[in-house]
Design a protein around this ligand. Structure first.
Ligand SMILES: *Cc1c(COP(=O)(O)O)cnc(C)c1O
Length: 361
């Protein structure tokens, strides 16, 4: 087998090796089926079991209550930036957006096309380095919903304690931290996530939506944009990403075997601590996110100069540590250490950081 390197990519991102191995083993023929998952009907009994397994897997892992629907959609988290306001923001209503980074800004841009939006907080002044405190939020009295980005993948800023939004439905873009830590689904009205960070391949989007929100969509909404279409057809109105759902099902089984989300959270906290401790140990490295908002998934940091950052990326890549270049909008370095990223890879990066500083500091 060719060697696997340490893949710090922000997304599409590293997948669990046992999942890839199982997919490889069954690539030509699913056991007892004689065809690959990509060649069977999405209306076959086999696929029924796969999509049912993925839904049950998510329900069990996250403890999703009965009164929530789980949808498997396409168009990425980015299409949800539009579907959410189109379905949930009634005419004459207002929705609140809390902007803690680049993805929140993109969500805001689409929402503004659909109706009236109140920016409850925009953390741009902090260079998107932290989530706001409760007193910094200017919430609308009758918001149709409040939208936030659970983890800003580009800046590496994650909500630790949710804001108090009263009775307003809370909508969360959890693309880059879903399944990474224990969190009661009941606190949210809608959770959505593109699969390609923590759940599987790109081209699959998971939407978890509370029943009562489904009644809100205006009649006349385009069929594919209406959540009710996908609820009524069990996500099979059109052809779903069958491969993506299949991998998600395997990822859920892998997570369960690892002790579920509780076990995963412990590992994620330990991995992130190794890296943040290395950053804090010296002045050579500077973390971007404020300590209280540091992401467990995307660790962003800077070096003393851009030249050193380029050199760091170049030498790290050569050493088998791939994908560490920060997003162009923030610069610096970003180590994405999702669920499937192995602890040994974090240890290798910490060693590399020490050595790099010793030579160049
Ligand atoms: C990656 C990402 C997106 C965009 O996801 P797509 O599936 O590419 O549309 C949106 N929000 C967050 C937080 C992300 O990390």
């Amino acid at each position: 087998m060719t060697e696997r390197i340490y893949n710090f990519s922000a997304g599409p991102a590293v997948l669990p090796v046992p999942v890839l191995e199982e997919a490889q083993r069954d690539m030509l023929a699913l056991p007892g089926v004689g065809m690959s998952v990509m060649e069977i009907s999405h209306r076959s009994k086999t696929f029924d079991e796969i999509i049912g397994g993925a839904e049950q897997g998510l329900r069990a892992l996250m403890g999703i209550p009965e009164n929530y629907k789980v949808l498997f959609l396409q168009g990425g988290a980015s299409l949800q930036f539009s579907m959410i306001p189109l379905n949930l923001l009634p005419e004459g209503g207002v929705a609140d957006y809390v902007i803690t980074g680049s993805w929140g800004k993109k969500a805001l841009k689409e929402a503004k096309r659909a109706g009236e939006i109140n920016v409850a907080a925009n953390m741009e002044d902090s260079r998107y380095s932290r989530t706001p405190e409760q007193h910094e939020l200017k919430l609308s009295p009758q918001a149709a919903y409040v939208h936030l980005t659970a983890n800003e993948t580009i800046e590496g800023v994650e909500w630790k304690d949710l804001p108090d939004v009263g009775d307003a439905p809370l909508v969360s873009d959890a693309s880059s931290n879903i399944l990474s830590r224990v969190e009661p689904v009941e606190k949210y009205a809608l959770i959505y996530a593109g699969a390609q960070k923590n759940m599987g391949p790109s081209g699959l989007t998971v939407v978890i939506i509370r029943d009562d929100l489904l009644a809100r969509a205006p009649s006349g909404l385009h069929t594919m944009l209406d959540y009710r279409t996908h609820v009524e057809n069990d996500s099979l109105y059109n052809t779903p990403n069958t491969w993506g759902v299949y991998i998600l099902n395997l990822v859920c089984k892998w997570l369960k075997a690892k002790g579920g989300i509780e076990g995963m959270q412990r590992e994620n906290e330990a991995k992130a601590k190794l890296l943040y401790d290395a950053i804090d140990a010296t002045d050579f490295y500077r973390g971007h996110a404020a300590p209280e908002s540091r992401s467990l998934m995307n660790v962003t940091f800077r070096l003393p100069s851009e030249d050193l950052e380029k050199q760091f990326v170049r030498e790290a890549t050569a050493a088998g540590l791939d994908g560490l270049k920060g997003h162009r909008s923030v610069g610096g370095l970003r180590a994405s250490i999702y669920n499937a990223f192995p602890r040994e890879g974090v240890e290798a990066l910490v060693e590399f950081m020490k050595e790099f500083e010793r030579k160049n500091g």
